[in-house]
Ligand binder design. Structure first.
Ligand code: CDP
Ligand code: MG
Length: 678
């Protein structure tokens, strides 16, 4: 442990704690409970930090909504919000997490038989509907942060509307930080003249607004646009620190790389501060941050220290941090975007909406009057869109379409969407699912392949590859289970210790194989098992994140259990040791790559002489991510399973070499359509 670590651990004790009784929502308790009792749908509108997420579930719990063994579900668009809020509520009720209060996110279920309030991701609740279509185990479902319009929460709202037509006892609470409330209520309301369980649109639902108790926030703009908002943010932080008294700073950037850069820059500047001045403590906050590190953000800094939190838009609404007086807004956000033509889903850095910018500014006025510095001009602000474009209109819909079909919704075009997606996105999703063999020519789910793909908690391409692995032609189930589990770590298997990049590169090289990243991941896992899964020291020596590796082993077990339920037994196939033997003369490494191709044929690319890649149509340039085996090595055709875009380049991360002929062999229809169209 370094000195710095010790410094931080002394912080763990004093928590900023505002007694729930003082939160703005406390005054509304009775009104809110009455509204929920009397109406199927309640829309709750209130500033971030007013107590919606943490207090409403407690109110419901205390008033007996869990009496008959039923539970309360609270959905969050993000995993980090589900886990941190659950922990907070458990703490307020002084009960261990996982008992009365629990959470459940993909591959991580912290609930028990006595759990009454369950925080879940919206995607996870959608999955639960496959086994419990009417969500009978819940008395109340609260869809939190609905204004964010995440793909899963939009679909969930549509499905809840259907369930409400069948369950008189269910209550739906929709919480929203902006003024989309009327729209949500309209969506749930019965048509004019229609009645649902004796209720007409006049008395079906209510909007409850919480009076925020926020302080004024002074907003300032740049006079000239900046070309580098990360640098501008760092400058502004230093200027605030030197010129403004007290109060923590929250900086909105778009992603982890920018956050790491900004923290590096600010750490360089801190060294120059006079030793007598107040200290500055930079902290990162983003979705993939290990939970031990997330906690620092919520804790009070040591005496005479100012916290500066560099965050993604996760701090915009999902997470409340007290003590923020200054907000710096880059004006940008990373949003999912899908190119239906290329079939590539990526994250693009785009300008925020006015609603987002307003929300960000509001973070500064929670404890006392604050200031928001927008790192863009006022003219630029005026040009921003009013609200964020719903995710459903810019996403790969294949996973959702697959789930809707599995729920028995056969006409996905005419489904009751809150905002209908463009038909091109639905067509593209149907095409892809058809090429994967999940749909037949009449757009019905195939059995068993399509139905099993829908059930596996993986995206359809990976589900397909995993399910094919059991096929005797490939005979690589054990290997694919490992690869799929390692892929869910999303590049977080390796870590550098104290920023030692060289050591990290060496460690990666130790496991690397010429066939690509997937088999490399397989090697890493095998070596981990061999070294003994409890061997933290070995992980450290090899720059592996021990927690992540343990997670992979848990995910692997869970995936194997799914397959087991489908009647596909891992043990019935060649074990990995005999996997070295060939099946039909084809070595295991090739069978694995062939098997991956059956799922990821749509993600094919070819290396050019300069080491970059092009997509099949030759129109888009892709770059191997520095963590990939092919960052240094040569290849010809590859398939990739992860794509990440930064402001100037599109990176592909997990790559494996393939033979061009395999593409046509495993996806004849897909490549026929493509070639015919051009
Ligand atoms: O959902 P909403 O934004 O309305 O508020 P909340 O998340 O329920 O937060 C209510 C209060 O609890 C805020 O004042 C937060 O500071 C506090 N809180 C906290 O200290 N730690 C958490 N992990 C969550 C909330
Ligand atoms: Mg909330």
């Amino acid at each position: 442990m370094t000195d710095e670590d010790e410094d931080l651990s002394s912080l763990l004790v004093p928590q900023l704690y505002k007694p729930p009784a003082l939160l703005p929502i406390a005054q509304l308790k009775d009104q809110l409970l009455y509204t929920i009792e009397a109406h199927p749908v309640t829309i709750i509108v209130g500033e971030t930090g007013s107590g919606k997420t943490t207090q409403i579930p407690k109110f419901l719990l205390q008033t007996g909504w869990c009496k008959n063994g039923q539970q309360i579900a609270v959905t969050q668009p993000r995993r980090i919000a589900a886990t941190s809020v659950a922990a907070r509520v458990a703490e307020e009720l002084d009960t261990p997490l996982g008992q009365t209060i629990g959470y459940s996110i993909r591959f991580e279920d912290v609930t028990s038989a006595i759990t009454q309030v369950k925080f879940v991701t919206d995607g996870l609740l959608l999955r639960e509907m496959l086994v419990d279509p009417l969500l009978k185990r819940y008395s109340v479902v609260m869809v939190d942060e609905a204004h964010e319009r995440s793909l899963s929460s939009d679909i969930l709202l549509s499905l809840l509307k259907k369930v409400l037509r069948k369950r008189e006892d269910l209550r739906v609470v929709v919480s929203s930080a902006t003024l989309e409330a009327g729209r949500f209520l309209d969506f749930f309301n019965p048509e004019n003249g229609e009645q649902v369980f004796g209720k007409s649109r006049e008395d079906y639902g209510r909007i409850v607004g919480i009076e925020g108790r926020t302080f004024p926030v002074e907003v300032q703009y740049l006079l000239e646009p900046t070309t580098n908002y990360v640098e501008a943010a760092v400058e502004a932080v230093m200027s605030i620190h030197e010129n403004e008294r007290g109060g923590d700073v929250l900086v909105f950037l778009t992603g982890r790389e920018e956050i790491d850069d900004a923290i590096d820059m600010i750490s360089d500047r801190i060294v120059d501060l006079p030793s007598t001045s107040q200290k500055l403590m930079p902290l990162p906050l983003y979705a993939g941050l290990p939970s031990e590190e997330q906690m620092f953000v919520f804790q009070q800094p040591p005496a005479n220290t100012r916290k500066v939190i560099f965050s993604t838009n996760i701090a915009e609404a999902s997470i409340t941090i007290d003590g923020i007086v200054f907000v710096l807004d880059s004006g940008y956000v990373k949003l999912r975007n899908y190119d239906a033509h290329l079939g590539i889903e990526n994250l693009n850095v785009v300008p925020v909406s006015k609603a987002s910018a307003t929300q960000r500014a509001g973070r500064a006025g929670r404890t006392r009057p604050g200031k928001c510095f927008r790192l863009y001009t006022e003219v630029a602000f005026e040009r921003l869109e009013e609200a964020t474009f719903p995710e459903i209109q810019r996403s790969n819909l294949a996973p959702v379409v697959l789930q809707l079909l599995n729920l028995g919704i056969t006409n996905v075009v005419r489904f009751d969407y809150l905002s209908p997606p463009p038909s091109s996105l639905i067509t593209r999703a149907l095409d892809l699912l058809y090429s994967l063999g999940a749909l037949d020519t009449t757009a019905r789910l195939t059995k068993p392949l399509g139905a099993r793909m829908a059930e596996l908690p993986l995206e359809p391409m990976l589900s397909k590859a995993l399910l094919q692995a059991a096929n005797p032609e490939f005979g690589c189930l054990s290997e694919m289970l490992t690869i799929a589990a390692m892929m869910t770590l999303q590049g977080n298997a390796f870590v550098s210790h104290d920023g030692n990049k060289k050591q990290l590169d060496n460690a990666r090289r130790r496991f690397a194989v010429a066939e690509g990243d997937h088999l490399t991941l397989y090697n890493v896992y095998e070596a981990f098992v061999k070294a003994g899964m409890q061997n933290v020291q070995w992980c450290r020596e090899n720059c592996l994140n021990h927690k992540s590796m343990v997670k992979a082993s848990s995910v692997r077990k869970q995936l194997a259990a799914y397959l087991d339920r489908f009647g596909v037994k891992e043990t019935a196939l060649a074990s990995s040791s005999s996997g070295l033997l060939s099946v039909g003369g084809i070595p295991i490494a090739e069978r694995v790559r062939r098997c991956l191709t059956t799922g990821f044929f749509a993600h094919a690319a070819r290396m050019k002489s300069d080491g970059s890649f092009t997509t099949i149509d030759g129109k888009t340039t892709l770059w191997a991510h520095p963590s990939s085996v092919f960052f240094h090595r040569k290849a010809d055709w590859v398939i990739y399973t992860e794509i990440l875009s930064t402001r100037d380049k599109i990176y592909i991360r997990d790559l494996s070499t393939v033979d061009m002929d395999w593409l046509a062999e495993y996806a004849p229809e897909y490549y026929k359509i493509k070639n015919g169209a051009r």
